[in-house]
Ligand binder design. Structure first.
Ligand code: GTP
Length: 593
């Protein structure tokens, strides 16, 4: 396809503003799918994505409209996948900005819009859902101008649901978004946008050709990875797979090259020709590093092998998540896993539970700390509180910080400010737009990974939106807090906390455990300690717990059932200095963070 006939664009939208519905409409209108095939949303192709309505893996679809080829790049909509978003955007010249006519602009939309602006994109605003009775397109038009600073006079008013404005959007893409540039005679240079494992095709690699041509049978080289492969398929998605003989400059499509693992295909790598290589790789390549770690353990120790298999399978398709074996005295054998963020963690955890039918215990999420050792001992990265060195050997600990942007309706502002303040936040900015406050805070990531997002949502009844990016490391007064049950430390419950917050968190944890651990024939002390110093303490009084006491009616079957249940429960207990802690107690204690 000649360059001037190509348009590459993405769709930027806040969750639920209608991105998938619009994408489906565009595919349908341009003839990629029949009405019947349209029944299921096409671009979101994993179950969890569908259920949660979140797009995780970037996909692309080639559309044809009035003699032009339009490549729609679907970008992941969440901050955890920021680098994937940025590579998809780098493969486009423009974007549709979809804003819900009833909801207006949201914080998460902003981050993506600014990224798109940074990539010099031509942005076409689309005000969607104008069919809704609550739609206020003019108000939203002003919001786009005031908040984002984009000219919205040419915004297309649309309803993806009822099919209004679809042709106008397609025309706007052709007319307003610039054609890509590139040199067909230069050595091959293509960017690796995404890759995934397909059981039939092996690893499929999505690329955007910058210069030159890529063909079946070509020997190619990944410039950052330094590996070579033979291209065995070239094609595109309409959204059904269509094989092509070649892809030229400006084009987006896929290749396969008999690659076995996605970990060999890093997003952002540059693909070139072995015989006639490009002089230099594309800029901006970044190795993605997990930022949040936690332990995953099977509830039933017999499931360990199954867990290992399932994790390995998931990893086939997601090179950004890492895992290594971990043993815990409390929880047995499991894995320490690294994720791009909390949502990423939740998605993996949910897939393991649901698709692989595993019952899991997740330990409290932890960020990556940089520990500077004394006496020139150097610097280590700490992923697991259990590996914390002796405090005497630590000179200084650094923790990651983020800059968070929060949008919240005025009436919830007070409690949100307090929440940020309680989490050691530093307020950078507070502005009002319409009836909403835009808050910018610097926060330690460690305070956010526990339950910040949940708290934010519950305080604001779901109205606050939140977005963040990491800004670097800062020194923090951090300590390891251990939990002791009957004077034995329980490794799975230890955590790294700020010294000022340690006491409150320790007290909270002891109180919780007191309710969760059943009484025994002897008194059980529960303590939170920093080093050798106890900072909080609770005691479980000695008492024999008779589970049948409640059944004074004397129903024999019920009594027997209860006793059987208790026996069952016993099997799952872990013993701590002769104290038996039921698995449920760990799960509940870890849930609260
Ligand atoms: P993510 O995949 O989570 O990013 O969401 P999305 O932006 O793709 O939103 P999606 O297309 O799934 O739409 C969210 C909800 O809004 C769905 O229930 C749609 O049916 C509905 N919706 C989308 N477009 C319109 C529209 O034009 N009018 C109305 N009334 N509803 C719409």
């Amino acid at each position: 396809t000649p360059l001037e006939k190509i348009r590459n664009f993405s769709i930027i939208a806040h969750i639920d503003h209608g991105k998938s519905t619009l994408a489906d409409r565009l595919i349908q209108r341009t003839g990629g799918l029949t009405d019947r095939e349209m029944s299921a949303q096409v671009l979101d192709n994993m179950d969890i994505e569908k259920e949660r309505g979140i797009t995780i893996k970037a996909q692309t679809v080639r559309l044809e409209w009035k003699g032009h080829v339009l490549n729609l790049m679907d970008t992941p909509g969440h901050v955890d996948f920021a680098y994937e978003v940025s590579r998809s955007l780098a493969a486009c010249e423009g974007a549709l900005l979809v804003v819900d006519a009833a909801q207006g602009v949201e914080a998460q939309t902003l981050a993506n819009v600014y990224q798109s602006i940074e990539h010099d994109h031509e942005i076409v605003p689309v005000i969607n859902k104008i069919d809704l009775p609550a739609a206020e397109p003019e108000k939203v038009r002003h919001e786009i101008e005031d908040i984002i600073g984009l000219d919205a006079s040419g915004a297309v008013l649309a309803s993806a649901k009822s099919g209004i404005g679809i042709d106008e959007i397609l025309d706007a893409i052709v007319e307003r978004i610039p054609a890509p540039r590139g040199d067909i005679d230069a050595p091959l240079k293509a960017m690796l946008i995404d890759s995934w494992y397909d059981p039939y095709l092996g690893v499929v690699i999505l690329i955007r050709v910058i210069d030159g041509m890529i063909r079946k049978g070509q020997q190619i080289k990944f410039m950052n990875a330094g590996t070579q492969h033979l291209v065995d398929r070239v094609g595109c998605f309409r959204p059904k797979i269509e094989q092509l003989t070649e892809l030229g400059p400006g084009e987006v499509g896929f290749i396969t090259a008999q690659i076995k693992e996605v970990s060999q295909t890093a997003v952002g790598d540059t693909i070139t020709d072995v015989k006639r290589p490009a002089a230099e790789a594309l800029p901006g390549f970044k190795e993605v590093q997990p930022v949040v770690f936690c332990g995953l353990f099977p509830v039933d120790a017999n499931d360990f092998d199954k867990l290992r298999e399932s994790i390995s399978k998931l990893r086939l398709n997601d090179a950004s998540f890492s895992f290594e074996m971990e043993t815990s005295a409390a929880l047995g054998f499991g894995f320490r896993c690294g994720f791009l963020g909390l949502l990423h963690l939740e998605i993996i955890q949910e897939r393991l539970t649901r698709e692989y039918d595993l019952d899991l215990i997740t330990t409290a999420p932890s960020v990556v700390y940089k520990i500077h050792l004394t006496h020139g001992g150097g610097e280590i990265e700490l992923h697991n509180p259990a590996d914390m060195p002796d405090p005497n050997k630590i000179e200084m600990i650094e923790e990651p910080w983020i800059e968070a942007t929060i949008y919240v309706p005025d009436e919830y502002l007070g409690p949100i400010l307090k929440l940020c303040q309680d989490r050691r936040g530093i307020q950078k900015n507070l502005t009002y737009v319409g009836g909403r406050a835009q808050l910018v805070y610097e926060l330690p990531l460690n305070e956010v990974v526990f339950d910040f997002y949940d708290r934010l949502k519950s305080i604001s009844r779901g109205y606050a939106s939140f977005d963040y990016h990491q800004t670097g490391y800062r020194e923090g007064d951090l300590v390891k807090m251990s939990i002791l049950v009957n004077n034995e430390p329980v490794d799975a419950l230890s955590m790294i906390v700020h010294r000022a917050a340690a006491e409150a968190r320790g007290r909270h944890m002891c109180e919780r455990l007191k309710d969760l651990i059943p009484r025994h024939l002897f008194k059980i002390p529960i303590q939170a300690a920093i080093g050798g110093k106890v900072i909080a303490r609770e005691t479980i009084a000695a008492l024999r717990k008779d589970v049948t006491a409640k059944c004074y009616g004397g129903d024999a079957t019920r009594k027997r059932k209860l006793l059987e249940k208790q026996k069952e429960g016993k099997k799952r207990m872990r013993e701590y200095g002769s104290v038996q802690i039921p698995q449920e107690a760990f799960i509940a204690a870890l849930r609260m963070g």
